[in-house]
Design a binder for this molecule. Structure first.
Ligand code: FMN
Ligand code: FE2
Ligand code: FE2
Length: 408
């Protein structure tokens, strides 16, 4: 566990993990950090949980001892979010500290018992409620429902102008040497920016309408520091992550960077040959291409890539009267994430009567994705010159269509 002083009386506790799948399914090539925060006035509060803690009491005594805090004397636990990646430590903490109070939103309060039993003191907080810890430290609470789960909230500490945001403004990526944006090299900042996109698309995209509301609320505060539960702490330029998150909400609505993701699969190379042809065209046009072959690419990479691209090429043959399953599964995942309004072109090979096109329409309709398609090109067996020239024209049309969807 790494402990960093953020300001007088406020410390960050951070652990990084890289040997698990986030939510049991998202690959973490750069790991993820779990951050919690201690605010000490005359009374002591801990915001979000110390998840990396192994549950052994001595470890907690030793770590918190470094900053002169006795775990038995922590008065309040602020649960901004009940998901076990933040609250899961309560189970073990209850064994050490018999007398703390959990502050949560009303919906959070309803979740404590089913997750952690009834032996916890709960204080439900509403918008604007405050907790005076003494010594000039006052926390205020601001529910922002459905920034992932229904019970989520933000916590603000006025004397240091710190906004504790839990999942909101989070990013994947372990924190190893540097924890604050002002300590990071440009290369590190770029990595965390990519990891924030991946985190947003994998974890929050489905809730982007609610995230947008929460961004609006967060902008009402006088902010010097944004302290999320995952990823770096922003104290040099907290506005950066706010702007980035605003942009990611737009990615969910079909906007994107000036790049095209080719999401494709092929069994015997018929569709693949046309994919190679499409890549050459895009290269000549100077457009950045993200090559996502299914099932080889991870779900995490696939979702991020489509999410952030202004243009999508779907290339899939027909398989048992439907789409090639790895591409169909990818598309279904994108629908679940409510990635809507993308500019798209699809092509693919079939052997006899086709069927991929019909299933494509069904998936798009089922998830109300409202993707805007250039007319598809389907070919029997291998693509002939005439098919390739149709593909070329369609790609030019796609490039035209995506022009008004590009944002930086
Ligand atoms: C397991 C399997 C199932 C298939 N099912 C269909 C089908 O239902 N309808 C059809 O028109 N072609 C079907 N085909 C033929 C393929 O769509 C055709 O071979 C196509 O060229 C494959 O393209 P690829 O080389 O890019 O995978 C199937 C092929 C395989 C191997
Ligand atoms: Fe969460
Ligand atoms: Fe989380």
């Amino acid at each position: 566990m790494n402990i960093k002083e953020m300001s007088q009386g406020i410390h960050m506790l951070s652990m990084s993990i890289d040997d698990m799948l986030f939510e049991g399914m998202w690959e973490l090539p750069h790991g993820v950090s779990l951050n919690s925060f201690i605010v000490k006035g005359e009374k002591t509060a801990i915001i979000d949980g110390i998840i990396g803690w192994d549950g052994v009491p001595e470890t907690l005594y030793k770590s918190l001892g470094e900053i002169d805090i006795n775990p038995e004397e922590i008065d309040y636990v602020i649960v901004n979010h009940m998901e076990p990646d933040h609250s899961g430590w309560l189970e073990n903490f209850k064994k050490i500290n018999k007398n703390f109070t959990v502050l949560v939103t009303q919906k959070g309060g309803q979740m404590i018992e089913p997750f952690y039993g009834d032996s916890v003191n709960i204080q439900v907080v509403k918008e604007g409620d405050s907790l005076d810890l003494g010594d000039g430290k006052v926390l205020t609470f601001h529910p922002t429902p459905n920034v992932h789960w229904p019970e989520t909230m933000l916590t603000y500490e006025a004397s240091s102008k710190t906004l504790f945001t839990c999942d909101m403004y989070g990013a994947f990526g372990s924190l190893k040497n540097h924890y604050f944006d002002d300590e990071m090299t440009e290369e590190e900042m770029n990595l965390y920016e990519e990891e924030a996109k991946r985190y947003f698309s994998n974890v929050l995209a489905t809730f982007s309408m609610m995230v947008e509301k929460a961004i609006k609320k967060s902008k009402e505060f006088d902010i010097a520091v944004i302290a999320p539960g995952h990823g770096p702490i922003y104290r040099d330029n907290p506005q950066k992550i706010i702007k980035d998150y605003e942009k990611y909400c737009q990615f969910s609505k079909g906007y994107g960077e000036n790049e095209i993701t080719i999401l494709w699969g092929s069994m015997y190379g018929m569709t693949q040959k046309a994919v190679d042809y499409a890549k050459d065209i895009l290269k000549n046009q100077g457009i950045k291409v993200n090559d996502i072959q299914m099932p080889q690419a991870s779900q995490s990479e696939m979702v991020t890539s489509v999410f952030k691209s202004a243009g999508i090429i779907l290339a899939t043959p027909t398989y048992e009267y439907k789409m090639y399953p790895p591409v169909a599964h990818a598309l279904d995942e994108l629908g679940r994430k409510r990635i809507a309004n993308k500019e798209v072109f699809r092509f693919g090979s079939y052997g006899w009567s086709g069927g991929a096109e019909k299933e494509l329409a069904q998936i798009i309709e089922n998830h109300k994705m409202k993707w805007n398609f250039v007319e598809s090109v389907e070919f029997n067996g291998k693509a002939e010159e005439s098919d390739l020239s149709k593909i070329e024209s369609a790609i030019h049309q796609l490039i035209e269509n995506m022009k008004n969807k590009v944002i930086n």
